[in-house]
Design a protein around this ligand. Structure first.
Ligand code: FE2
Ligand code: FE2
Length: 289
């Protein structure tokens, strides 16, 4: 067993992806999905049902009439979007913040949801990859940080000390303290959760996208992470990182892959203003307004 696997295996009550999320992922992956079955599954959970109706009727989707049933919501939003909402709700409410935490879970989910939303809109814009897989990867890309904080709090304290003394990123501090990072921990955990391979691989490589087999997918994720840090929600340690986009492998990969789009960094950021606002709004809604 590798070092990272042993670290994750060493957690006594390793968090599991709640059954409803697992079943939604497999039902929506089915080439002949059964809408009624999916709606029934969602309705079994009154909190998720109420939240979905709340979100769909909020300004975020700008629908003209009120949606009153889950089935209607599934038809209107489409399966992938419903899957994203369910997995978001389940994940956001899944972890409990231990007292004295260094990373506030609210900040953590703000960051993660924004990365998910931006990654999905970039993948739509580039017409690359399965949008909902990119979203899932964005939502869970930093889950390894929560694992360290919730299950290895002494390690997290040492990591924070290193960030403060060396003025480095959390990723670098983790390497110094543990010999690996939240990225590999998140990759390992999501493999155990049997999420799609594209998702687990990109989480594993979200700080080194050029090393991933599907490096374009991982580059979309890493670039979205950077946009979020710069424009929306940074997390502990990010204040010590200078991001020079032109020199980042993720940007170089996007430039080289989508040549026909004539990508220009400033213009892209400017064009993404609406999406960034949408990400902010979705974060507010998913967290109960
Ligand atoms: Fe990260
Ligand atoms: Fe991140």
């Amino acid at each position: 067993m590798g070092q990272v696997e042993a670290y994750v295996e060493g957690i006594r009550d390793l968090p599991v992806l709640p059954e409803i999320a697992q079943r939604i992922i497999s039902l929506t992956d089915d080439p002949n999905p059964n809408i009624a079955k999916i709606a029934d599954l969602i309705q079994m959970d009154p909190t998720i049902t109420a939240n979905i109706l709340n979100i769909i009727n909020s300004g975020y989707y700008a629908l003209r009439r009120e949606v009153t049933s889950v089935r209607q919501a599934v038809v209107l939003l489409g399966l992938k979007q419903i899957r994203n909402l369910v997995v978001t709700m389940v994940s956001v409410n899944h972890f409990v913040e231990p007292p004295g935490s260094h990373i506030k879970l609210s900040d953590f989910w703000n960051h993660s949801l924004a990365v998910a939303t931006i990654a999905q809109s970039l993948s739509n814009r580039f017409k690359y990859a399965e949008g909902s897989n990119v979203y899932l990867a964005g939502l869970l890309h930093d889950v390894g940080k929560v694992i360290i904080q919730c299950f290895y709090p002494e390690d997290m304290s040492r990591i924070i000390e290193v960030i403060d003394s060396d003025h480095c990123s959390m990723y670098d501090a983790e390497q110094k303290v543990l010999g690996f990072s939240h990225a590999e921990i998140g990759g390992c955990l999501t493999r155990k959760w049997k999420l799609p391979q594209q998702v687990t691989e990109s989480i594993h490589y979200h700080h080194r996208c050029h090393r991933a087999d599907d490096h374009v997918f991982a580059a979309i994720l890493q670039f979205s992470d950077y946009i979020t840090k710069v424009r929306l929600y940074a997390v502990y340690g990010d204040q010590n990182v200078d991001i020079i986009f032109d020199e980042e492998p993720c940007w170089k990969i996007l430039l080289a892959t989508f040549t026909q789009k004539n990508l220009d960094f400033e213009r892209l950021l400017f064009e993404m203003d609406d999406e960034i606002d949408k990400a902010r709004e979705l974060v507010r809604q998913a967290r109960g307004g």
